[in-house]
Each structure stands twice: as structure tokens, then as C-alpha cells.
Design a protein around this ligand. Structure first.
Ligand SMILES: NC(=O)c1ccc[n+]([C@@H]2O[C@H](COP(=O)([O-])OP(=O)(O)OC[C@H]3O[C@@H](n4cnc5c(N)ncnc54)[C@H](OP(=O)(O)O)[C@@H]3O)[C@@H](O)[C@H]2O)c1
Length: 327
């Protein structure tokens, strides 16, 4: 009999990668959770043989229903959907930072998901897309990287309040996506200088390595490795460790353009270049990773090479990507 994997976020990057991996595996059926099964993206998955079902992370009962019969559940919550929802501005408390409000909603969504997962009797493994607690790892120095903290709070909730999941729960951490560097309007996007070379702007020293990766392409095979490994596994799905210097150099060489320079900002001047929250969340994420390690230096976090997984290097990503919109 086939096993069933249920995937949240299937119409997005992480969940889509997981779906592609399991669709190609014999003996597996794939079920995708979406808020809107009739959206074009959802329909595309349905046409590939995925059973698409309606579920909302804000609605516990919809999750309980959608997860029935699953052997494996991959769960991702999305901070940025909440951030981009215009209603979030009206729902947050007066004076509250929008990013802190997004944290609260994402935590509630993650707890809903975990509570629903804990009721699935057919379950063998729950793999949750997590991030380190920057607040704990930095002893409070980075206390407000909300898109990280939310996921860490959910993990703590699972570990402390859902003992039934103890022998079924594992984590996977996404690195910073290669495409975030240039497709989200961040100052890290290469920009042509007056002399024809390309410059990037960022935070922190130019030579400290931070984990990046081609999440769309590689994440699914990493999730499969976690599913197949023992419970309690925590995998950082890094493709390549990059510094600002190596990012700029590799990108310029791949596009055959002169290597320019890296412009270092303070977190405040960086956040001003992209106000509203994204600049600060990203900038602090990088500074935290440079000082304390992206995974918070937590013991036992494993890497793809320990499972023999071939990951896409940044050079390979650059060579297959069309950057004409920024050249
Ligand atoms: N970008 C990075 O560099 C990076 C690095 C590490 C971690 N992350 C984390 O990755 C997460 C985002 O993952 P992603 O990039 O795969 O997302 P994505 O491509 O933006 O897609 C978002 C997915 O979330 C689903 N979704 C949103 N709200 C939902 C709700 N209320 N109920 C059910 N499903 C909902 C959407 O499904 P429907 O629209 O079909 O309902 C969609 O499939 C974020 O939390 C972010 O912090 C990102």
C-alpha cells in the first residue's frame, strides 16, 4: 500500500520542492494543503497527480481534516504572507511593530499545525521547517528577529507540550535562498556602478561565511533524508556557505561583468534602504548568522553532505539563472 505525505505550502518554494521529490518516488502519494484549491498553482499540482485539499493554518479543524491518513507530514509556515497581508496593519495592536504581529500570527499557525499533527494516528514522521532562536543563541542580543523566533517558539511548544510527537518529530532549516539576494528588492541586489562594475550593499564584514542555497531545487531531497533518518534529526539544508565577497565575485564572473565592491552598512542604515521591516529582519538575520552561526551553533545540527546529498552551488545556480532584469 502507498504511503501518503501531506505537505503544507505546496504552492510555495519549500513545499513545492518537497512535492517534486515525493512525486518521483515510487510507493508514495502526495497530498497538498492550500487555502485555495482552485488557484492556478494548486490546479497545476492537481494536474501532476497531487490530491489538493483546502486547509488554512489559521483554522485548526481544517488542518485536522486535511492531514487524516498521512504517514509523513511536512510543515512550513510563512511569515511573509502575513507580513504582506494588508489586513495585518489593521489587526496589529496600536504601536506594535508589524513584524512582531507577524511573529504572533505565525506562532499561532505553527501551534495549530502541531496540534493537528499530534492527532494523526497514522503518522510516522513530522518534519517542520524551523529556524534557530536568535534570542536564545545570542543571549538576548538579537531578541527581535521575528521570522526566526516564531519558528523556534513552535519547536519549543512541540517538544514541551506534545509528548506524543517525541518519537516522530524532526526539523529542517532552510538556508537563505539564493534568489532572496536579488529578487526581493534588497540592497544586496547587484547594481551597476558608474564605472561599469557591479556593487552590492549589505551588513557586517565582507568575509564571513553564511549559509545559502537553491531551496526550490534542493530542499525536497533534504526533507526526504530527514524523513528517512531517525526522529530528532535537525538538518540545515545549506547549499553553499557564502560571504559578501564570494557572492559578488561568483555572480560577476558568471555574468561576465567586472567585479565591483561590497558596501558595508550598519543595521540602521541598511534598514533605511528598505524600510517597513524586511530590511531589518534580513539584516539582523545576516548579522546574527555572522556572529553566532545561522543555526545558533546548536549541537547536533547536521548538513546535507552527511547524507551524501549533492547540493547546488552558487556558481551552478548563477549559470542556470536569467539575471537579465538586473544586468
Ligand atoms: N526566503 C528565505 O531566504 C528563507 C530562509 C529561511 C526560512 N524562510 C522561511 O520560509 C517560509 C516561507 O516558505 P516558502 O518560501 O516556501 O513560502 P512561499 O514560497 O512564499 O509560499 C508560501 C506558502 O505558504 C502557504 N500559506 C500561506 N499562508 C497560509 C495559511 N494561512 N494557510 C495555509 N497555507 C498558507 C501558501 O499556500 P496557499 O497560498 O496555496 O494557501 C504558499 O504555498 C517563511 O516563513 C520564511 O521565514 C525563508
Amino acid at each position: 500500500m502507498s504511503k501518503l505525505i501531506a505537505i503544507t505550502g505546496i504552492t510555495g518554494t519549500q513545499g513545492g520542492s518537497v512535492a517534486n521529490t515525493y512525486l518521483a518516488l515510487p510507493g508514495w502519494k502526495v497530498r497538498g494543503l492550500t487555502r485555495n484549491p482552485s488557484s492556478p498553482k494548486a490546479q497545476e499540482w492537481a494536474s501532476k497527480g497531487v490530491e489538493m485539499v483546502a486547509a488554512d493554518l489559521n483554522d485548526l479543524s481544517s488542518l485536522e481534516k486535511a492531514l487524516q491518513g498521512a504517514t509523513v507530514i511536512f510543515g512550513v509556515t510563512d511569515f511573509w504572507t502575513i507580513f504582506q497581508d494588508p489586513e495585518s496593519m489593521t489587526k496589529k495592536k496600536p504601536g506594535q511593530d508589524i513584524t512582531e504581529y507577524c511573529f504572533e500570527v505565525e506562532v499561532a499557525q505553527g501551534k495549530n499545525l502541531a496540534d493537528a499533527v499530534a492527532k494523526i494516528h497514522s503518522l510516522d514522521r513530522f518534519v517542520f521547517s524551523s529556524m534557530a532562536s536568535a534570542k536564545t543563541a545570542s543571549k538576548g542580543k538579537f531578541g527581535g528577529i521575528w521570522h526566526m523566533e516564531s519558528k523556534a517558539v513552535v519547536v519549543k511548544y512541540i517538544q514541551q507540550s506534545l509528548p506524543g510527537l517525541k518519537d516522530k518529530f524532526s526539523q529542517i532549516q532552510a538556508p537563505i535562498y539564493y534568489n532572496l539576494l536579488w529578487q526581493w528588492g534588497l540592497p544586496t541586489t547587484p547594481r551597476k556602478d558608474s564605472n561599469g562594475s557591479y556593487i552590492i550593499q549589505g551588513v557586517g564584514p565582507s568575509n564571513i561565511l553564511v549559509p545559502f542555497g537553491d531551496v526550490q531545487n534542493d530542499f525536497g531531497q533534504c526533507v526526504k533524508a530527514v524523513v528517512d533518518a531517525k526522529p530528532g534529526t535537525n538538518l540545515l539544508a545549506v547549499g553553499e556557505m557564502l560571504s559578501w565577497d564570494s557572492y559578488l565575485e561568483t555572480w560577476c564572473k558568471s555574468q561576465n561583468v567586472p567585479v565591483g565592491r561590497y558596501v558595508e552598512h550598519t543595521i540602521d542604515s541598511f534598514a533605511q534602504l528598505l524600510p517597513g521591516g524586511l530590511g531589518r529582519e534580513f539584516g539582523e538575520n545576516v548579522l546574527f548568522a555572522q556572529e553566532f552561526a545561522y543555526d545558533g551553533g546548536e549541537a547536533g545540527v547536521v548538513r546535507p553532505e552527511q547524507f551524501g546529498i549533492g547540493m547546488t552551488s552558487f556558481k551552478e545556480y548563477c549559470e542556470k539563472t536569467d539575471f537579465s532584469s538586473i544586468l
